[in-house]
Design a protein around this ligand. Sequence first.
Ligand SMILES: Nc1ncnc2c1ncn2[C@@H]1O[C@H](COP(=O)(O)OP(=O)(O)O)[C@@H](O)[C@H]1O
Ligand SMILES: [Mg+2]
Length: 295
Amino acid sequence: MNTYSPDTVVPGAGARVQEASEIVASNLNKTYGAGPFAKTVIKDCSFTIESNKLTVMIGPSGCGKSTLIQLIAGFESADSGQLTMNGEPIVGPGKDRLVLFQESALFPWMTTYDNIMYGPRARGEGLKEAAEQAEFLLAKVGLEAFRDKYPTQLSGGMQRRAELARAMINKPEVMILDEPFRGLDNMSKELMWEYYATLYEEDRNTNFFVTTDIDEAIFLADRLLIMTNLPTSTRTVIDIDIPRPRKIEDLVHNPRANEIKKEVMTLLHEEAMKSFSGGSKAAADFLDAYSKRAG
Ligand SMILES: Nc1ncnc2c1ncn2[C@@H]1O[C@H](COP(=O)(O)OP(=O)(O)O)[C@@H](O)[C@H]1O
Ligand SMILES: [Mg+2]
């Protein structure tokens, strides 16, 4: 079996290993609005997105995860604290950080192949290598037979896979994903986890993945950042020391996975309860989903 230890970076076939790229957040604060309408979303929040690892951030809905992504992407700035990439302050957007949102990014008038090739063609660079990479990615996400189809001819899960390939062909130094599989049915979601994990394991670039789904977090993460309720900060960091490649059954049969799951559930439940007692609808929805899953 092809096991993986976090300190040995073993790229797969076709990989182009990136330079080390690390993002460090120190004591970040962010408040929206002013005066009586002020809402503090991020409070004294510190964490590291380590180089060549898949860091997953999990926290209750509405706790401030997407706001943190806005800061890391450079679309918004913090009120105070430091945010650096490779030691340099993040002052705005850059092609070193690519954000994949939940909403479809596919162009409806382009085929799957043309969508995947969009980034390299727009830059007009390395097109021969990009075409090879596109073939490789099409195979990796199981869309070879759908290369000439348009987005409306693909299922929801296929569209997400095409979006993944379309983003990953650009080989950003840091790939940032904001709940990219939210809204998919459970089976499509599990398939997505496998496709995405395989893509990550190919080159092990720095990935930052945000979710509210505990199974998704444990299946994917090298490191798991568990966030507090709003205003958010890092509550705990857990190293997910489960060998790769992982199997969906690991979530049921692997004792370590279960141990981690219990710990994460307990912490998130406590955080959700805090916002529940504060009257948040998002927290009530989360608790509802949580108790269904736990029961
Ligand atoms: N531009 C904004 N102006 C005012 N409030 C905002 C803005 N963006 C987000 N918020 C508020 O910040 C909180 C956290 O939102 P968000 O970061 O989207 O949470 P999450 O991604 O964890 O669900 C929410 O209460 C949201 O209403
Ligand atoms: Mg969000």
